[in-house]
Write a protein that binds this ligand. Sequence first.
Ligand SMILES: Nc1ncnc2c1ncn2[C@@H]1O[C@H](COP(=O)(O)OP(=O)(O)OP(=O)(O)O)[C@@H](O)[C@H]1O
Ligand SMILES: [Mg+2]
Length: 261
Amino acid sequence: MTMHLELLKIDSLHKTFKKHKVTAVDNASFSIFKGEVLGLVGESGCGKSTLAKLILRLIDADKGSIFYKNKDLLKISNGDMRKARKDLQIIFQDPYASLDPSMRIGEVIEEVYSIHKNVSWHERKNKTIELLETVGLGESYLNRLPSELSGGERQRAGIARTLATDPEFIICDEPVSSLDISIQAQILNLLIELQKRKNLTYLFISHDLGIIASVCDRVIVMRSGKFVEEGQCEAIFINPKHDYTKELLTSSIGFLDKKPK
Ligand SMILES: Nc1ncnc2c1ncn2[C@@H]1O[C@H](COP(=O)(O)OP(=O)(O)OP(=O)(O)O)[C@@H](O)[C@H]1O
Ligand SMILES: [Mg+2]
């Protein structure tokens, strides 16, 4: 795979939550290349979700820069940021967070089309059904409420909603950790299949190095807001340099039997 285009370049990104004096992201710098699946691993509370939210400007950074296609997201106008949001999406751990409990699955997805695209009702409906099929659900899910879906189905619906804006870059923040082990593999397979088919770029967040190894090309190991190790998944698996990475390896539960890519 050739991956030369630097899609995102993050430089000295910093965030301290002043009230509790927690530096959640401590001068983080890294790049993500187009078509790449970059893993971000670290134990609970190390700052992974904060980093994700900073990149999408869901929270404000103290300093640093986030270049997306050579434009600093921290400096562009609100209008340009609104446009960029179409391209930059996130899948959360808990699909309840991204699905309005009072809206039917079909409406949740159609809504995205009516905001971002100028398409007729008929076209919206067809596109919605097509997307539901893409994620392994079907037309029969159109009129269901999120509470009428299983956890795995709910995550599939969340993924469909994420795909509706036709994004280029998706942050997957612990996308399977709320699911049963047996369902985790199905959702991971779906995410990887979509990534390949649509040449998507992922920042894939997990506390489990086994999961990271089964889906990522490269991985960054994060501890207390700092990056402690970075490299190809395989190399880190075979020869972890940092003690903390070794600890993570022994505590990873999932998919170790799956050969790293
Ligand atoms: N809004 C906030 N206000 C104050 N502190 C926060 C806020 N959000 C996160 N933190 C703190 O920042 C640190 C990093 O939190 P974050 O949610 O980024 O961790 P995480 O790596 O995603 O953890 P997990 O694996 O459990 O999801 C934690 O110490 C947390 O308590
Ligand atoms: Mg988190």
